[in-house]
Design a protein around this ligand. Structure first.
Ligand SMILES: [Zn+2]
Length: 303
């Protein structure tokens, strides 16, 4: 088990009162360090432009990295950059690609990237929904192009649909995108009939769904699709905003549900991918829930 983070990820500041605040990552880092004092940490490297350009347009890369501004650069109603944000998103993306390299080299079997900003809402050309570059999508493309993998999974249990990850890979059969999410909810995509080229599987759940419906959706719909795909590597968009304490959604999960789903995903990785699994922090906006869920997730990941 390998852990990645970078101090720059704490410096990204989307503005006062914004739910995607540095305290989120501080909570995760403190909780995971306290629970697993012997686990090795690595500093995330900076992602390269070539890695970013595998999934993002030249325009978006240049807008996020080369636009001069003072104070804040507003990208949409919910999404803004401070002067430290470019470095933060480069390190968040770099954590994912470095973690993929480490598990592909057999150094470790599992990795968790404790990073922010999150990424899964950002499409090829648009940064949105608190996200700058789409870290998990860059990691998947890196696995395909640098390691020659033909079947990579992105499993996304963040309470929001990862419209960006779906958009990026909907036409690429080498990457399967599977998501459970509250619907209706931001960003309003993720209906069950959105199937890509057969490589997209969505399980929308109604507000208040709770543990039983969440587990049934994965057991009956998402996990069988992942098993049938026989992935050579699993990536996780690990958002903890489906927890019952989260202020932005109402899916009503418990920390134990994150242990369960992580264990199931580890099982698929062991069956098909020599156990290789890389998880990246996405959303989660209640600090107590973030502490409990990240520890539950990492504990299940390292089994
Ligand atoms: Zn979310």
């Amino acid at each position: 088990m390998l852990l990645y983070t970078h101090p720059a990820c704490l410096a990204h500041d989307p503005g006062p009162g914004h739910p995607e605040c540095p305290a989120r990552l501080e909570a995760v880092l403190h909780a995971v360090r306290a629970a697993f004092p012997l686990a090795p940490w690595r500093e995330a490297p900076r992602a390269t432009r070539d890695a970013l350009l595998r999934v993002h347009t030249r325009d978006l890369v240049s807008r996020l990295l080369d636009t001069p501004f003072d104070g804040r650069l507003r990208l949409d109603e919910d999404t803004a950059m401070s002067v430290d944000s470019a470095e933060a998103t480069l390190r968040a993306v770099g954590a994912g690609t470095a973690a993929v390299d480490a598990v592909m080299a057999g150094e470790h079997t599992q990795a968790f990237c404790a990073v922010r900003p999150p990424g899964h809402h950002s499409t090829r050309g648009v940064a949105m929904g608190f996200c700058l570059f789409n870290s998990v999508a860059v990691a998947a493309a890196h696995a395909v192009h640098e390691h020659g993998l033909e079947r990579v999974v992105i499993a996304d249990f963040d309470v929001h649909h990862g419209n960006g990850s779906q958009d990026i890979f909907a036409g690429d059969a080498r990457v399967m995108y599977a998501s459970s999410h509250q619907w209706p909810l931001y960003p309003d995509s993720g209906r069950a009939d959105e199937r890509g080229v057969g490589n997209v599987v969505n399980a929308p759940l109604p507000p208040g769904a709770g543990s039983v419906a969440f587990r049934a959706a994965w057991r009956e719909r998402l996990l069988p699709a992942l098993d049938g795909f026989r992935p050579q590597l699993l990536l996780i968009s690990a958002g903890f905003d489906a927890h019952r304490l989260d202020p932005l959604a109402q899916l009503e999960l418990e920390a134990d549900d994150y242990s369960w789903i992580t264990g199931e995903l580890v099982g698929i990785a062991v069956r098909h991918a020599q156990g290789r699994i890389v998880s990246m922090l996405e959303g989660g906006y209640d600090l107590d829930a973030l502490r409990a869920c990240s520890v539950a997730h990492v504990d299940a990941l390292r089994q």
